[in-house]
Design a protein around this ligand. Structure first.
Ligand code: IDP
Length: 143
């Protein structure tokens, strides 16, 4: 009998960023994830503090783009989510599109709705390890 590869059910941490809230795109962004078949496990509107920004983006603290990124991510409320589904981490990344909205493929959230490398509407965990770290940071009650 041929072994069938298991498709892992995963959880991804997603942040709908302040530009999306300001532009009235929370519903449009969330709809894409729901329409794909991902389930909302947790959802919370948050004003990101500088401390939370530094923890969330710990790997980027020394990058030249970090100070303006921190100003942006703390510039207004965001919507934090945990989404669950088959291969949710990669599925979310592919729905989000490339980091730079100008280069992101049409059909992706960033490709259709963003013209910016910084104000790119949405964050999604980039690996199972990042997802576990980010979910514990943002939603410790899920642990
Ligand atoms: P990702 O969000 O697509 O995973 P990362 O490289 O993890 O991309 O960068 C985190 C965030 O930092 C990006 O989503 C974007 O908002 C911002 N960022 C990344 N690179 C640049 C840059 O070169 N200029 C300005 N902002 C950037």
């Amino acid at each position: 009998m041929t072994a069938v590869a298991e498709v892992p059910t995963q959880r991804s941490f997603v942040l709908i960023k302040p530009d999306a809230v300001r532009r009235g795109l929370v519903g449009a962004v969330l709809s894409r994830f729901e329409a794909k078949g991902l389930s909302v496990v947790a959802l919370s509107m948050r004003q990101v503090t500088e401390e939370l920004a530094d923890e969330h983006y710990a790997e980027h603290l020394d990058r030249p783009f970090y100070p303006p990124l921190r100003r942006f991510i703390t510039s207004g409320p965001s919507v934090a989510l945990v989404l669950e589904g088959d291969e949710a981490i990669e599925v979310v990344r592919s729905l989000n599109g490339a980091t730079d909205g100008r280069k992101a493929a049409p059909g992706t959230i960033r490709g259709d709705l963003s013209l910016s490398n910084r104000e790119n509407l949405v964050h999604g965990s980039d690996s199972p390890e990042s997802a576990a770290r980010e979910i514990a940071l943002w939603f410790p009650e899920l642990g």
